[in-house]
Design a protein around this ligand. Sequence first.
Ligand SMILES: *Cc1c(COP(=O)(O)O)cnc(C)c1O
Length: 396
Amino acid sequence: MASDWSKFSAATQMVHGGTLRSQFGETSEAMYLTQGFVYDSAEAAEARFKGEEDGFIYSRYANPTNEMFEQRMCLLEGAEAARSTASGMAAVASALLCQVRAGDHVVAARALFGSCRWIVETLMPQYGVETTLIDGTDPTAWEQAVRKNTKVLFFESPTNPTLEVVDIQHVVGVARSVGAKVVIDNVFATPIYQKPMELGVDIVVYSTTKHIDGQGRCLGGVVLASEEWIDENLHDYYRHTGPAMSPFNAWVMLKGLETLPLRVKSQTATASKAADFLAERSEVKRVIYPGRPDHPQANVIPKQMKGGSTLVCLELKGGKKEAFAFSNALKVVKISNNLGDAKSLITHPATTTHKNLTPEARAELGISDGTLRLSIGLEDEADLLNDLDAALSATR
Ligand SMILES: *Cc1c(COP(=O)(O)O)cnc(C)c1O
């Protein structure tokens, strides 16, 4: 049995929490690459299917490696229960779809990761769920959007790619007033810097593809909530629709958690230096970084975030030409649409992650042709700042 690590701090929990040791007493967590499990007798199989006996049945339902990862995530998040999924999108889709019915209403902040926005804007209405997209940073917009049949309030904070911040406690208050549940996509904040459940959020989802793997290897996701909510909403949905994470990927994520606090701290320290460095440069129109006094929601951040971000949003003077010249001139920083990796990565949202939005919809989100998203990795700080410096000079 896993020991109770709940009284320890996160760094300790991420090394030891949730470990299930086999009869061999291995130090590192075992990887259980198995589809199914065998039973000692037909009676034992019957008892397990009836739920009278504890144990695993089939890896679409649960697996020991996945369970170790889920338990470690529960410790980090302060959640009662979790389900690991094949990707971040499988987590988001499961968390939203398992709890709504035709005729329900969902309110979401429009600054969503592209695929999340598609689920809200396009998929849910196909099944008779009405949805309203709002400016999540405007507190009154939440109050005005909710109705009697509002079932779920959904948002990201900080947002992708402009790192704007939604007042979590305010959204929780609005949800309570109509009996709706709050779902947060906490990827950008990471579980190190933001604990949504302490602020009253009901369901937290992650793409573990990002900081939790942290080395760009596997896709994954996780949904965390109360035991009651999982039992009543997600349990059957998860078993029968099959978004389960591969045990191999669960093992990678489990090992990723061991170094998550160290990596996020180091990446944030460098990102904060990079943000200040970029903000002083004449080629840069504006920098958005949680922790800088000029952040648009600087007053909300201390209420809900314990640290800054491993990401920096910058807008170059000019537009696409300058943004491309800058990206192409970078040597250490690689061009990619991913984030949270050990490798520093730069993204031009207008032509990649947000290319499906109209120019007007991009403008609403604060994305211009000069906007770039920089994900800081684990490289040496001086090497990175020199790389940014040289690439900025190349845009002139
Ligand atoms: C990457 C990401 C997702 C989707 O995760 P995948 O693992 O790519 O499916 C969802 N939300 C946010 C905020 C993300 O950054």
